[in-house]
Design a protein around this ligand. Structure first.
Ligand SMILES: Cc1ncc(COP(=O)(O)O)c(C=O)c1O
Length: 395
């Protein structure tokens, strides 16, 4: 057996070259004893706003809370419907339900795993208040049709950019493509903190102001409460770490994109893989289907208008569960994002969906597997992943 080990993500390798710089800023925060708000929170808010091109960025306690306070500040609640995808992390839909509103699901495009925008309009009713597209795995959803529908029906658009800080759509960045947006700084994200953290971005000054109140129990000034918000603040320690890491973010994205390109090339050269659009549009067959781009016929990495930050590199395979077991036996990290689409989750049974209602999401949940793509992956590790999968699917 090979002695190579490939984790799904190697945060120690990311930390090593940044150690001195990060320890300095952590010491700074400790010396100042300023843990809530303060210069580091202001600093990362300004830096993220500048990075994504939005006018306002509001640091909060997590990506989950970022969405939640936005929905609370908009007054989304009982009787309202919010259109979104069932193929996303739970938090996207958990926030809608926690506000008392009803999620209305639209199936995904099987090539990109993002919401199929051609199916949204049929789901709009007079109760629809919002559309939440999710930029899954770091590739932007097709935002022009979403924004056009929002304009036509006077709906709010909140982009779930939790997995997509730095992803681009037609030259603009995720986080600046709808009415408002949110990022997650969960450690496994491309920009990950040393714990939980998140951020809302928007170009609407009044909304930004309201969010700042909501993250602080709805108060302004202190102890005078205009709204019922909560404690949704971003820690100064997290902010300080994120300030250091943000400077390296673009080079990490590039490392991930370069690994994704290598996978695309090597699996095709080995004769076992097809790009997703060939598989779905041309109905070709191969044991591995690579993640597809939104542009017709494109691979994930070769598109002009959809620049993915490859938060995850997700392939489809037959015998997915057997492959997962095999990879783990061979010391290769892998994960399923996500094994149960949200319309089939036990806690959402009262929404009344049945198996077969979202066929592309259900199929993706059975066939997909994320393999290591982190920027520090060595070519030896990448080749080992490819060889192990090729041997398995060719067997
Ligand atoms: C698509 C999506 N939305 C929301 C979240 C929630 O972010 P957090 O884990 O920071 O609360 C995540 C994080 O995993 C996510 O991937």
């Amino acid at each position: 057996m090979s002695d190579i080990t490939v984790p799904l993500l190697d945060l120690k390798a990311q930390y090593e070259p940044l150690k001195a710089e990060i320890e300095t800023v952590i010491k700074d925060v400790c010396d100042s004893q300023w843990f809530i708000g303060g210069p580091h929170v202001d600093g990362i808010e300004k830096a993220v706003a500048q990075y994504c091109g939005a006018e306002h960025a509001i640091g909060v306690s997590s990506g989950t809370d970022a969405e939640l306070i936005g929905l609370m500040a908009l007054g989304i609640g009982p009787g309202d419907e919010v259109i979104t995808t069932p193929y996303t992390f739970f938090a996207t839909v958990g926030g809608i339900v926690r506000c008392g509103a009803k999620p209305v699901f639209v199936d995904i495009d099987p090539v990109t795993f993002n919401i199929d925008t051609s199916k949204i309009e049929a789901k709009i009713t007079e109760r629809t208040k919002m559309i939440i597209p999710v930029h899954l795995y770091g590739q932007c959803a097709d935002m022009d049709p979403v924004n056009a529908l929002a304009k036509k029906y006077n709906l709010n658009v909140g982009e779930d950019s939790a997995q997509a800080i730095g992803a681009r759509y037609k030259g603009k960045m995720a986080g600046n493509l709808g009415d408002w947006s949110w990022y997650s700084f969960f450690p496994s994200k491309n920009l990950g903190g040393f714990g939980d953290g998140g951020m809302v971005t928007t170009n609407d000054a009044e909304f930004a102001h309201k969010l700042k109140m909501f993250r602080n129990h709805g108060s302004e000034p202190k102890y005078y409460h205009k709204h019922v918000g909560g404690n949704f603040r971003l820690d100064a320690l997290q902010a300080a770490v994120l300030e250091v890491k943000l400077k390296h973010l673009d080079s990490w994205h590039e490392g991930r994109r370069s690994n994704a390109r290598e996978y695309e090339k090597k699996f095709v050269e080995a004769g076992v893989a097809l790009n997703s659009s060939e598989a779905f549009e041309k109905r070709c067959e191969k044991p591995v289907v690579l993640p597809g781009g939104s542009e017709p016929g494109s691979t994930l990495t070769e598109q002009e208008n959809f620049t993915s930050i490859v938060n995850q590199f997700v392939i489809r395979v037959r015998k997915r569960d057997e492959l997962m077991k095999h990879l783990r036996e061979k010391n290769i990290g892998c994960e399923i994002y996500y094994p149960v689409p949200l319309h089939m989750q036990e806690c959402f049974a009262d929404l009344g969906y049945n198996e077969g209602d979202m066929p592309h999401s259900e199929q993706a949940a059975k066939e997909t597997i994320a393999i290591p793509v982190y920027p520090e992956l060595s070519s030896e590790q990448l080749n080992y992943v490819v060889d192990t999968i090729v041997q398995f699917v060719g067997a």
